[in-house]
Design a protein around this ligand. Structure first.
Ligand SMILES: N[C@@H](CCC(=O)N[C@@H](CS)C(=O)NCC(=O)O)C(=O)O
Length: 202
């Protein structure tokens, strides 16, 4: 039985894993849609895989389910080390993970809160206070990562890594939530156009 990745296209955490799978060429992993618009995430079948009703879920060939995006990626990287997407040495892996964590905490998490506070695809009520505070904090991180991809072409240099996958999930969810990338982040826009669009499903 092949491994299965349960996902929902607009959702950013599965988007991170999907970008990774495509970049690695892991075509044998079966992609299974969990349709949030039809509440499939709360079906007994999905809750058996993910007790909190979340995606992504990676179901292994023995039925074991992994329910956290980054551990799913780390698991796959150990199973399929080539082409490398975390690093070849302890130092390289620490550097890639540092940038990935920075992007997750300072861009992706903020974009998720901002989108859910303005145009929540889960139907959450608007929250102008949260929206304003996340919007105020995003520019510093966007400028920092704009400089990273400016010397890139990828977040960590010459080769795409898991940091690019997390950045893709963030910018794609921002686009889904109609959050414009300001013109001053020209390197980020170029990175998005050149690297990211080949992974997008929404
Ligand atoms: N920390 C988890 C978060 C998973 C998560 O919250 N996924 C969202 C989609 S991006 C979800 O399934 N939300 C449904 C819900 O909260 O009801 C991960 O990184 O995979």
């Amino acid at each position: 039985m092949p491994m299965k990745l349960y996902h929902f296209p607009p959702a950013p955490n599965p988007a991170k894993v999907l970008a990774y799978i495509r970049e690695k060429g892991l075509d044998d992993i079966e992609l299974v849609l969990v349709d949030f618009f039809n509440q499939e995430q709360t079906s007994p079948a999905h809750l058996a895989r993910s007790p909190r009703g979340t995606v992504p879920v990676l179901e292994l060939d023995d039925g074991t389910c992994l329910t956290e995006s980054l551990p799913i990626i780390e698991y796959l990287e150990e199973q399929f080390p080539n082409p490398w997407m975390i690093g070849r040495t302890p130092l390289e892996r620490a550097q890639v993970r540092s940038r990935e964590r920075y992007i997750e905490m300072n861009i992706l998490s903020r974009v998720i809160r901002l989108v859910h506070a303005t145009r929540s695809p889960l139907g959450l009520p608007p929250n102008p206070g949260v929206a304003a505070s996340e919007q105020a904090r995003l520019p510093e991180a966007l400028s920092h990562v704009n400089a990273m991809v400016g010397t890139g072409p990828f977040v960590c240099g010459a080769q795409p890594t898991i940091a690019d996958c997390t950045l893709l999930a963030a910018l794609n969810f921002a686009r889904f939530g109609q959050i414009e990338l300001a013109a001053e982040y020209a390197h980020l826009q170029e990175w998005f156009d050149q690297f990211a669009l080949r992974h997008l499903q929404t």
